[in-house]
Design a protein around this ligand. Structure first.
Ligand code: SAM
Length: 326
């Protein structure tokens, strides 16, 4: 969340700054948790596509600060972040992204590509485990949108499948998986693919996610992979002719089991209380807060570590031709 936003009167943008979150997306995960109780009994989490880190902040505040085993070893800093003091924690949060992330207390941050085979060993190493024992995998991954809707939807779907593939390698049986999805034309096939691996798949739209956006989140509960399924990042699901045939058969089964019409439709849930802020509306801020104190503009909580636009700005400065790059 940088200094300039599409609209500074966006209530979640402002709330995020007030509550010390790096991005307004924090409220999406909070509202999903309020609806699905995602953090119940969770001690091991992997946060995929995590930069700048507001979901990791939510995880850290919910699991590390509240975790009984961590209470004697954490302290709240001025920014309300949890600071690890000493001792080996039971709660493990591993966050990774293509972009570098400014460290967060109680969170292991890695710079890695979720689609690359070398990422799985790295994650397992930091989980200090050689087996799948993660309770929850979350993924808010999004490609840089091109504005070409079909292409954006396709790339988003591929990122979701990459996240699912990684999740199948680390999740314990009956673990949960939450991921961003674009509700485009062919989304029903993605729901079917997810249903092969999870007992329940729900599409959720948190109130903090703009109604005008096709973004939603799939909440996949109770990981139960098909018998004989071997997770692997080197041989990802839905690659190779044999696997494709197998999976096509399983999609057909899901469709027939759940809907005699042959089309399985994931249930949809709008989450977040109606009394919460509407993310599509903007609000005129009063000059003073509820205590009569004059409102001041808050600086970004965490300016981007290495934003992709940095090079462009430097090039513009060097060119010094009125900011035009030919
Ligand atoms: N959940 C984050 C938060 O709350 O701060 C926001 C995530 S942001 C919407 C989407 C992220 O997906 C970007 O930081 C981007 O770098 C990351 N991403 C996209 N493709 C990726 C990939 N192949 N591997 C890892 N991260 C990826």
């Amino acid at each position: 969340m940088g200094k300039s936003s599409k609209d500074k009167r966006d209530s979640y943008y402002r709330l995020a700054k007030e509550q010390g979150y790096r991005a307004r997306s924090a409220y999406k995960l909070l509202q999903l948790d309020a609806q699905f109780n995602l953090f119940k009994d969770v001690t091991r989490v992997v946060d995929l596509c995590a930069a700048p880190g507001s979901w990791s902040q939510v995880l850290s505040r919910s699991l590390v600060a509240k975790g009984k085993d961590r209470e004697p070893n954490v302290a709240q800093s001025e920014t309300n972040e949890v600071q690890e003091v000493q001792s080996k924690p039971k709660v493990k949060i591993v966050a990774l992204d293509l972009q570098p992330m400014t460290p967060l207390p109680g969170v292991i941050t890695l710079q890695a590509d979720i689609t690359h085979p070398s990422t799985l060993p790295l994650v397992l190493k930091h989980l200090e485990s050689d087996s799948a024992n993660v309770d929850l995998v979350v993924s808010d991954g999004a490609p840089d949108v091109t504005g070409l809707h079909d292409l954006d939807e396709y790339i988003q779907a591929q990122l979701l499948l990459a996240a699912l593939n990684l999740a199948t390698c680390v999740l314990r049986p009956s673990g949960n998986f939450v991921a961003k999805i674009f509700r485009g034309r062919d989304v029903a096939e993605l729901y079917c693919k997810l249903r092969i691996f999870f007992e329940r798949v729900t599409v959720a739209k948190p109130r903090s996610s703009r109604g005008s956006s096709i973004e939603a989140f799939v909440v996949c509960e109770n990981y139960t992979p098909p018998e004989g399924f071997q997770p692997s990042l080197e041989n990802p699901i839905w690659t190779g002719p044999t696997r494709q045939e197998d999976i096509a058969g399983q999609i057909a089964e899901v469709s027939l089991d759940d809907a005699p019409s042959g089309r399985w439709v994931a249930p949809f849930v709008a989450c977040g209380d109606l009394s919460e802020w509407d993310s599509d509306a903007t609000y005129q801020l009063p000059d003073t807060d509820e205590n009569g104190v004059k409102r001041v503009s808050i600086d970004p909580i965490q300016p981007p570590t290495a934003p992709p636009y940095k090079t462009a700005i430097e090039m513009r400065r060097k060119l010094g031709n009125g900011g035009k790059i030919n």
